[in-house]
Design a protein around this ligand. Structure first.
Ligand code: SAH
Length: 461
């Protein structure tokens, strides 16, 4: 992010524009919606600008050193590169922020595209990369944000102090949601501003009279990484959470979906690396939910696959705290999708195993004979470090050394990596993978089937 968005209090801002024609007028349109003190400098002004006096002050000469006392924002809007550069220099020397119209490189700030439902204002910028995209986003937002939202927000602003009688967090949010979603728009339609104020008043009294809801924990599956692989339910719950307790595997773009006020706690857990003790995770969940918070326990992939889910639900049961589980996309599904393969297929594998190559005691024993059978398909989780052990066990149980194996690292993420090899090569290849990797034993990508040796094709299709 090169340009950092801020909202300036224009009532305290003096703006100076160098320029007096249509270019300057275009800048004025938005500025005139604010209370800024605006001065324009130019040899001459077009009539549309003249007509704006006395709201704007017109000085009939080009901007000079010493003209910028107290100005914080300067627009160079003459349309002449040399003159704009001169104005920009004077602006910077005076310590103001400078915008040179249509010249990103020479500007300290940009004016974003705006959806105006003041006091609700949405600013959209692309750092000059794609103005067309900004316009598209703006058009979309103009559609989804009703124009009445501005008025509802103005009225809400007057009630902010009163609403602070509701405790911060879920209860206050429930009150405001009901206002903006239903009771506010309905009252506005029925009887205008006065009716909205009345509705807000009785809504607040009703919420104040309600008992505090008990805290609870949602075990939410975050999926393999791509944010659009989250379920709608997961999105909704993350958006509501007061506290998010997440594993290291959860992708940053998913954590971004939490509200800014939400407390986001990382509880480690990375392969053989350092991790938060399980008892500490239980303690955190119980403590926050016990205080009435809506806790989202966010787990990578599907929460019920190698995620110690039942240890955590048991701890909550013992503490008398409510919980629910939201299912999601597990790494094996994402990996199979990435190579265009089905995890089961009639005539090849009627069953599918999800195994972990190690558990808390060390390498995990399995029904290796079944795994080694021709055509068997197994998704191996946490298998990178145990690849040699897995290979040895399978070969001891008569698996074909040329059994196809596909490694999928960072499935569904931007840095996804796919490599197809054979059981004989597995340990060497696995060593080269960074990040979470699932090993699909017995599967190769559709296209790769042709590139593999003929004897492998039988397994691979
Ligand atoms: N609950 C998770 C699994 C947790 S165990 C799930 O359902 O996917 C952690 C292991 O999951 C990692 O070692 C790796 O084998 C696998 N894994 C998780 N996310 C992955 C991803 N995006 N790509 C590949 N493997 C992943």
């Amino acid at each position: 992010m090169q340009f950092y968005p801020v909202f300036l209090d224009m009532a305290r801002t003096r703006v100076v524009i160098g320029g007096g024609d249509e270019i300057a007028l275009a800048k004025l349109r938005l500025l005139l919606k604010t209370d800024a003190k605006i001065t324009l400098h130019a040899e001459s002004f077009i009539p549309q600008i003249e007509a704006l006096q006395p709201r704007v002050t017109l000085v009939p000469h080009a901007l000079r050193d010493g003209d910028l006392q107290g100005a914080r924002v300067v627009y160079a809007a003459t349309g002449c590169d040399a003159e704009d550069a001169r104005i920009a220099r004077i602006g910077r020397d005076a310590g103001a922020l400078v915008n040179v119209v249509d010249n990103l490189d020479a500007s300290d700030f940009l004016t974003p595209a705006i959806v105006d439902r003041a006091p609700l204002v949405v600013a959209i910028g692309t750092e000059g990369a794609a103005p067309m995209l900004a316009r598209k986003v703006k058009a979309h937002l103009e559609e989804v944000l009703p124009t009445s939202l501005g008025l509802l927000t103005q009225i809400a602003k007057r009630f902010r102090k009163l609403a602070e009688h509701l405790p911060q967090g879920a209860r206050r949010r429930a009150f405001w949601s009901e206002y903006f979603d239903t009771s506010g728009p309905r009252a506005l339609e029925q009887g205008g501003t006065a009716q909205v104020e009345q509705a807000l008043d009785s809504l607040l009294n009703r919420h104040l009279a309600q008992a505090a809801p008990a805290g609870l924990v949602d075990f939410v599956s975050a999926g393999p990484g791509a944010a659009d692989l989250l379920t709608l339910r997961a999105r909704k719950l993350i958006d509501r959470a007061d506290v998010v307790i997440h594993d290291r595997l959860v992708a940053p773009e998913i954590l971004e979906l939490a509200r800014r006020e939400a407390q986001v706690i990382c509880v480690g857990k990375q392969g053989f690396g350092p991790s938060t003790p399980q008892a500490e995770i239980h303690r955190l969940m119980i403590e926050h939910a016990g205080q009435g918070a809506h806790v989202v326990r966010l787990k990578g992939g599907d929460a019920s696959v190698f995620g110690r889910l039942e240890e955590e639900t048991n701890a909550l049961d013992a503490a008398g705290i409510d919980w629910q589980v939201v299912p999601g996309v597990t790494a094996a599904s994402a990996a199979a999708a990435s190579i265009g393969r089905s995890l089961t297929r009639r005539g090849r594998n009627q069953s599918l195993r999800l195994i972990t190559a190690h558990d808390m005691q060390g390498y995990a024993e399995q029904d290796w004979r079944a795994l080694a059978a021709p055509g068997a398909v197994t998704a191996i989780y946490m298998g990178k470090k145990a690849a040699r052990f897995v290979q040895a066990r399978l070969l001891m149980n008569d698996a074909a050394p040329d059994t196809p194996v596909t490694l999928v690292g960072n499935a569904s993420r931007m840095d996804q990596r796919i490599e197809t090899t054979t059981l004989a090569e597995l340990p060497q290849r696995a060593g080269a993978f960074a990040g979470p990797t699932v090993i699909l034993l017995g599967l190769a990508p559709t296209g790769a089937a042709q590139r593999l040796a003929p004897e492998l094709q039988e397994h691979a299709v």
